[in-house]
Design a protein around this ligand. Structure first.
Ligand code: TYD
Length: 154
């Protein structure tokens, strides 16, 4: 998937019509420096939402899986800060596997997309920027329930 510019997100009420093609790689600013490169992220500027939360996965044993859920309204941006892993996107019709391995780009993930993370290299760190604070009520953790919600809105 080629990096693209950050663009405004569609209104929340059409979340169920979003597809894996609405999830895209975004390239971040990179300040080259012989002392070490620097990348920065500003809400609404480099990711298409206001950042309310940051969390990260680390000490992930090689070969383990994470994710296995969808969000009703949450927008997220996923960066491989170290190492690499895959994100498998599923909108109920189409699946797409995206490999993340660079800390100067990341994957924008819109609501109503089932995601799984796998193929973690050892020592990898996955940072996620999110548009809202943690809310268990925003999750679909059951795939059949997620599919029913998608088709109900079509
Ligand atoms: P979860 O999002 O279910 O991660 P995964 O699908 O990869 O297992 O989160 C795992 C646990 O961590 C779950 O019990 C909820 C908790 N959690 C928080 O308390 N705050 C957060 O911001 C996140 C992302 C998770």
């Amino acid at each position: 998937m080629a990096p693209a510019e950050a663009a405004p997100v569609a209104a929340a009420n059409d979340a169920a019509s979003r597809s894996v093609d609405d999830c895209r790689m975004l390239e971040l600013p990179k300040i080259h420096d012989p002392r070490g490169n620097l990348t920065y992220i500003e809400g609404h500027q480099h990711v298409p939402f206001a950042i309310e939360r940051v969390y990260y996965l680390y000490d992930v044993p090689g070969g383990s899986d994470r994710g296995g859920h969808a969000h009703k309204t949450l927008h997220q941006f996923i960066v491989a800060m170290s190492g690499s892993f895959d994100v498998v996107l599923d909108d109920g019709r189409e699946k797409k596997r995206v490999h993340l391995s660079r800390s100067y780009n990341g994957l924008y993930l819109c609501p109503m997309i089932w995601r799984e993370l796998d193929n973690f290299s050892s020592g990898s760190v996955c940072m996620v920027l999110a548009s809202a604070r943690y809310d268990e009520g925003d999750y679909f953790r059951d795939y059949a329930e997620f599919m029913r919600a998608r088709w109900a809105k079509h």
